[in-house]
Design a protein. Structure first.
Length: 302
């Protein structure tokens, strides 16, 4: 009787958690898995919007979409730009975010107020942030031009940062950092506040300085927080699209064309859905590989 009751209780528990996770499974399947599978399948078809309008069936073309992308060299350039952006942003975001977190954790006056207002850039919609920075970088009346005039004494009167191939990506990186550093800082601050105080006090008694305590105690204790924060930043910036499209549209001359921008251009500017799906598939595989390698390299042993 007891065994039967135990089996019935276990079965009821299993049914209960299955019912709880069923909505999540359905949402994930309908809105994530099915679109991904559909996109991968379309990447092997000659699938153009003109053919859809004319009701011409899409033709299977094997790897022709991928071959054409590599022959045009646009894919390699987009991959290079994407990696340049991600590496620069994630590195700068971690360093600057850590500095800001250390300042907020040092007990400076007004720390609570700073924590409140520093989240303003993060809560502002990305497109609004892009428009704001476009105005700042405006070559004729923008704030950046005004600052350049003051610094150079009027020697440089026109510096169109978003219109130059060598500086356009830097302009977008500045906008991305402004928006993303607040969240990184708060995540790192949470990690700092969870470092055991007794370990720090013991290190002080042993005669270690602030730098030694940071690298020997604080950083090791923050490994899990740093790993999660950095992985979130990698994923966020790999799929960054609104900033690029709003600020430069992938220009000038493809200088800011990332995989996200290239995918959109192929599918909705050149109206070649098959080619756009090919870029998206490569983009997804690269992002999965990067996150997998990152997790392998920075695996935390508990």
């Amino acid at each position: 009787m007891t065994k039967t009751l135990r089996f019935k209780t276990k079965r009821d528990d299993t049914m209960f958690w299955l019912i709880l996770i069923l909505p999540a499974i359905l949402v994930t399947t309908i809105f994530i898995l099915i679109p991904i599978i559909d996109s991968v399948i379309k990447s092997f078809y000659d699938f153009k919007i003109a053919n859809v309008i004319q009701k011409i069936p899409a033709q299977w073309n094997n790897f022709l979409n991928y071959k054409l992308l590599f022959e045009r060299a646009v894919l390699l350039k987009a991959v290079t730009t994407t990696f340049s952006f991600v590496i620069a942003i994630v590195s700068a975001q971690l360093i600057l975010g850590m500095i800001l977190a250390l300042l907020l954790n040092s007990g400076i006056k007004g720390a609570r107020f700073l924590r409140s207002i520093m989240m303003i850039p993060w809560v502002i919609p990305t497109v609004i942030s892009a428009l704001l920075w476009m105005w700042i970088f405006q070559p004729e009346y923008g704030l950046f031009r005004y600052i350049i005039n003051i610094v150079t004494g009027g020697l440089v009167s026109d510096f169109a940062i978003l219109n130059r191939m060598d500086t356009a990506l830097i302009g977008i990186e500045i906008a991305a950092l402004w928006k993303q550093i607040p969240l990184m800082s708060l995540l790192l601050l949470a990690g700092l506040q969870n470092v055991p105080e007794d370990m720090i006090e013991a290190a002080k008694i042993d005669g270690t300085n602030a730098v030694q305590r940071f690298f020997r105690i604080v950083l090791p204790q923050m490994q899990s927080v740093i790993k999660i924060a950095v992985s979130m930043s990698i994923i966020e910036n790999f799929k960054q699209f609104p900033l690029f499209w709003t600020m430069t549209g992938g220009g000038p001359n493809g200088a800011t064309t990332t995989l996200a921008v290239l995918s959109y251009q192929e599918a909705f500017i050149d109206f070649n859905l098959g080619s756009g799906a090919s870029v998206t598939t490569i983009w997804m595989l690269i992002m999965i590989a990067v996150v997998f390698i990152y997790n392998k390299i920075f695996r935390i042993e508990h």
